[in-house]
Design a protein around this ligand. Structure first.
Ligand SMILES: *Cc1c(COP(=O)(O)O)cnc(C)c1O
Length: 394
């Protein structure tokens, strides 16, 4: 079996599993309790907060634990929107290829009377900082731009965008769920006011994540109840999950540079191999992309059939599109970079990790080549293209 869907989720690291199990078995106290195993759990929680903070150059009190990336995105955006509304500022800037946790929250805010500007991401999948600057208005309360895209892996000029927001006095949030652990992040140097992260994307457990919010930013609660997380997120803390997340993040961050170089070399081999397929194209910038992300469109095939046939051969990949969740619409990300519907339907996302071997890369290349040829063999769309009844796009 070859697992090439690390953007969907990752395998937990052995260390993270060990930490999690040990806390479940031994340190099961409620961190709000005053007796010793409660206080021990509280210590574990605060150590995890300090560890997570130090990886991104933040202070421990700037870290709020959440149930994952989606919750962090929702809370960041809702908080900035509420702060903006209090000053009569109800304009928010984002991009057209954000994760749905961002886009759907913005869609709700639009219905609540906010004005939303979604910037284009261009053919290379990268936002132009000048366009952020041009879009900022007197009444802009938030700019939210993802650090790296989850489908096509392109890395955004976050530091520049952050600097623009700072100079204009506008809050800047970034969904860094795909970036953290793969590219260096320092919230101070990168001019980030708020940042979302999710443990299961960096070898931690599912159902836990965090929101960084620069001190002084008053967060609104999504969940009301007890006084946990300085009163900003009620509910007994997921201590085992949080500690395992911190362990996974420390581990990933420590090995990041070396892993990035190794993984990027394998990624580039994969890109080179798949580029040999006729009428195929890489999605997004070839250089400014996550070390493990390979995203392609193949003309004349359906991404879903490709996935199923790859699965038969033990290769786990993704179409990187909403099709997998039962919708027939092509991916909003691929449409945002200008892929037409037919082409966007023939997409494949392979997201490898530092554990992917060279032999596996070669096996993936051979399998994709074979399966694409096979599927084109009985595709009416491909027949029309080869017979000149339709025009090739790629
Ligand atoms: C996975 C992902 C999320 C959602 O994180 P969860 O922890 O699964 O809620 C948000 N944004 C991006 C970019 C992601 O890849």
């Amino acid at each position: 079996m070859i697992y090439a869907d690390n953007a969907a989720t990752t395998k937990m690291s052995k260390e993270a599993v060990k930490v999690m199990v040990s806390l479940m078995e031994e340190t099961y106290g409620n961190p709000s309790s005053l007796y010793s195993i409660g206080q021990k759990a509280k210590e574990v929680l605060e150590q995890a907060r300090a560890d997570v903070a130090s990886v991104i150059g933040a202070e421990p009190r700037e870290i709020l634990f959440t149930s994952g990336g989606s919750e962090a995105d929702n809370q960041a955006i809702r908080s900035a929107a509420a702060l903006g509304a209090a000053k009569g500022k109800k304009h928010i800037i984002s991009s057209s290829f954000e994760h749905h946790a961002v886009l759907h929250t913005l869609e709700k805010l639009r219905k609540e009377g906010y004005e939303i500007t979604l910037l284009p991401v261009h053919e290379n999948g990268i936002i132009i900082p000048q366009e952020v600057e041009d879009a900022i208005r007197e009444d802009t309360c938030l700019v939210t731009i993802m650090f790296a895209n989850n489908e096509i892996g392109t890395i955004q000029p976050i530091r520049e965008i952050g600097a623009i927001c700072r100079s204009k006095g506008v809050l800047f949030h970034t969904d860094a769920v795909q970036a953290i652990g793969h590219v260096p992040i320092d919230v101070e140097k990168d001019n980030i006011d708020m940042l979302s992260a999710s443990a299961h994307k960096f070898h931690g457990p599912k159902g836990t994540g965090f929101l960084y919010a620069k001190k002084g930013i008053r967060l609104s609660n999504l969940i009301e109840g007890g006084a946990q997380e300085r009163g900003r997120r009620a509910g007994t803390e997921n201590v085992p999950g949080i500690a395992a997340m911190a362990a996974a993040l420390k581990e990933t961050a420590a090995g990041m540079e070396e892993a990035a170089v190794k993984t990027a070399a394998k990624r580039d081999r994969l890109i080179k191999g798949l580029s040999e397929i006729p009428h195929a194209a890489l999605n997004g910038d070839a250089v400014k992309r996550l070390p493990g992300n390979v995203s392609f469109c193949f003309e004349g095939i359906e991404g879903e059939s490709l996935l199923l046939l790859l699965d038969d051969r033990g290769i786990m990949a993704s179409s990187g599109s909403a099709c997998t969740s039962g919708s027939l619409d092509p991916s909003h990300v691929l449409l945002a970079i200008g892929r037409v519907h037919d082409v966007a339907h023939g997409s494949l996302r392979l997201t490898i990790s530092e554990e992917t071997t060279d032999a596996e890369i070669e096996e993936i290349i051979a399998a994709v080549k074979e399966v694409v040829t096979y599927l084109r063999g009985f595709s009416p769309v491909w027949r029309d293209l080869t017979e000149g009844k339709a025009q090739f796009i790629l």
